[in-house]
Design a protein around this ligand. Sequence first.
Ligand SMILES: [Zn+2]
Length: 206
Amino acid sequence: MVDIRIGFGYDSHEFKAGVPLRIGGMTLDHPEGLAGHSDGDVLLHAITDALLGSVAAGDIGTFFPPGDPRWKDADSSIFLNLALEELQHAGFQIVNIDTTLILAAPKIAPVAGAMCARVADLLNVKLDQVSIKAKTPEGLNLDRVVQCHAVALVERVQETDELKSMEEVIESQRQLEDVVDDLLSSVHGVPKKRTITPVYDTEDIT
Ligand SMILES: [Zn+2]
């Protein structure tokens, strides 16, 4: 049975002078950055919340309270890593991530490819599993704010076929040993036993 989940994340940060603009784990060329306790990476925060949400593991604030001095100016890839650990712990892996940034400036289109590659790298997934789109905040009067929406589809990690076939081989060997034991006991009256023969005689180990 296919076991899939979906998670949604949203975040917003206000523009602030004197700090670098960090979006998608990249520093963008722009006169202002985003205010925030961490590096203000709105895209990574939204993805973090989408991933945590997909396995009902709370949100970014659950793990990283905004007032905690440890996360002051923190690189937001830390938050993403925690979400990936939670995902793995729950037994799930990413199918795909889709995001929409809403901002007046700078233009995202010229850097979207590089940003997708960076985020895919941070998430340890393929390039075609990450989508980053951008819109301007038409009619919202929110030119001083960057918002981001993110959805994450995740699936339960299946045992690999290789592992399954290995288990089958081990199981068939056990059955074979049982058959041999049964034969021996019926022919010779030898009691059934299963002894483990050490690879090396302990006497040989000096
Ligand atoms: Zn944020």
